[in-house]
Design a protein around this ligand. Structure first.
Ligand SMILES: O=c1ccn([C@@H]2O[C@H](COP(=O)(O)OP(=O)(O)O[C@H]3O[C@H](CO)[C@@H](O)[C@H](O)[C@H]3O)[C@@H](O)[C@H]2O)c(=O)[nH]1
Length: 465
């Protein structure tokens, strides 16, 4: 398809490719939608696997965003968590060739690439073709910085380190990062996670050969880390704000959506700030025994809840009862911004964390792996807008239902002073976040600067075969 067929005058043709996982596809797609609406003269090809093309079939995109599809040469998204390491290896070894073929077939020719930092082969491909590449890191800038300063962990004797024995040891030497502990580092520094560590390190160091680095973060919320990274990189670093669908959220008509979605109608009928929204993200789960405790604890707490089951309702054979509402999947940002929602039980994926901040809702954290530990620490200790349910570290320590019931009850006690203070801080952060994405705010200005840069990129001659 040529750009003429969609009637778009092109000032550049960006090819965007996310890592194939919900927590990566969503922010990349949101970025493309934002870019396309802010710069209607840019054409964007959004490249996903066949399976993901199917998942995204009902997505509405601006006219200047079109899809490119790669054959399904990697394992299915369904069950990805069962062999996480194998899935990453397939993504890193099998997708480059079909992607390159697709780029060669594009009309008009591509002028720049936006890729997920974990697709580490992309930098080499861009460099070979003399085509600018922008690396989109879908986790926090702090996590990027921890990987980038891996040598400091080694030098300080903190890698390798056994979390169960040395978890509380301070890590206070990562530039710009508030003091943390070994237990609050990304989990890939320990245990089974170490199988993928070299890949994460490779991905982060390959960014040095990219032309732009984009953080889906708000500069004001991670300013010291971001400024410190800026002083070390020669390429421009743009914190472009949370890549959550705030633009759709502003547009959608409440009445229409509430009439169509029974869970929003249920929320409409609940008292203000009374509901705990429970979601563990798109693909991870806790152990079955822990899940029994969580379900039991939340139900015993007597607090109203809305639960994303992702289709597994085996623990709710008798339904959710009067206090609950089950959904297999929902419009999470819409739910978090609903006035009846007063708390967010989250596994601390970076998108969920960003959505919680945008909505100004206090969070109860139950991190499971990777960057979720540092995200939880940021929410609880740095921003002080949440409490953690996992006080005792590793997954081997079961948090019992009575503990969970008590913490949930206290957390949702709207009359308590501690809760009041947490709410105030959450609203303050919400203000910072909304200020950053508003016209003239840091995130909006960075996005604009990135658009101006990429609009100037010219197509390069295709390599001769
Ligand atoms: O009912 C639901 C539940 C979730 N979501 C969305 O699903 C996404 C979930 O993303 P995230 O919160 O980041 O969690 P994961 O899917 O677990 O994301 C993976 O990718 C993230 C970004 O790299 C990492 O931070 C996480 O640790 C990693 O597990 C978000 O956009 C949510 O809005 C919905 O739309 N509806």
């Amino acid at each position: 398809m040529s750009s003429d067929e969609v009637g778009i005058p092109t000032a550049g043709h960006l090819v965007a490719m996310p890592y194939p996982g919900r927590g990566h596809v969503n922010p990349m797609l949101n970025l493309c939608k934002l870019l396309a609406s802010r710069a209607t003269q840019i054409l964007i090809t959004f490249v996903v696997t066949e399976e993901w093309r199917g998942f995204l079939s009902s997505e509405s995109t601006p006219a200047n965003v079109r899809f490119g599809t790669l054959p399904q040469v990697i394992p299915s998204e369904v069950g990805r968590a069962a062999d996480f390491h194998g899935f990453i290896e397939a993504v890193l070894t099998k997708l480059e060739a079909p992607f390159e073929q697709l780029v060669d077939s594009l009309e008009p020719p591509a002028t720049a690439i936006i890729y997920d930092t974990y697709l580490l082969w992309m930098v080499g491909l861009g460099n070979r073709r003399n085509m600018p590449v922008a690396s989109l890191f879908t986790m926090s800038a702090s996590v990027f910085s921890v990987f980038f300063h891996y040598d400091l962990l080694v030098r300080n004797g903190h890698f390798p380190a056994d979390v169960s024995e040395r978890g509380s040891e301070p890590v206070d030497y990562i530039p710009g990062l508030p003091p943390t502990t070994i237990a609050n580092l990304p989990t890939i520094f320990c245990g089974d996670g170490r199988k993928t560590l070299h890949r994460a390190l490779e991905a982060v160091s390959s960014v040095l050969r990219a032309q732009y680095l984009l953080f889906i973060s708000v500069h004001e919320l991670e300013s010291q880390v971001i400024d410190s990274l800026k002083s070390k990189f020669t390429l421009p670093i743009y914190p472009i704000g949370p890549m959550i669908p705030f633009f759709d959220h502003e547009k959608s008509s409440d009445t229409d959506i509430h009439t169509n979605q029974s869970y929003l109608r249920w929320l409409d009928s609940q008292p203000k700030s009374s509901v705990l929204y429970v979601s563990m993200g798109s693909f991870l789960s806790v152990s079955s025994a822990q899940m029994d405790e969580i379900v039991g604890g939340i139900r015993d707490s007597g607090v109203r809840y809305m639960w994303v089951t992702r289709g597994d309702t085996s623990r709710f054979k008798d339904g959710a009862g009067e206090m609950g509402c089950l959904v297999s999947w929902c419009d999470q940002l819409k739910v978090l911004c609903h006035p009846s929602v007063g708390g967010f039980w989250t596994h601390c994926g970076w998108n969920s964390t960003s959505e919680g901040v945008f909505a100004g809702v206090p969070m109860l954290t139950y991190p499971i792996f990777w960057d979720q530990m540092p995200n939880s620490k940021m929410i609880v200790e740095d921003w002080k807008i949440g409490w953690t349910v996992r006080k005792n570290g590793g997954p081997e320590n079961l948090v019992k239902r009575n503990e969970i019931a008590e913490i949930v009850r206290n957390f949702m006690d709207l009359g308590s002073q501690e809760r009041g203070k947490m709410e105030k801080r959450a609203k303050r952060l919400q203000g910072i976040c909304k200020g950053a994405i508003a016209d003239g705010g840091s995130a909006a200005s960075n996005l604009l600067a990135f658009i101006q840069e990429t609009s100037r990129c010219q197509p390069k001659p295709r390599p001769q075969v």
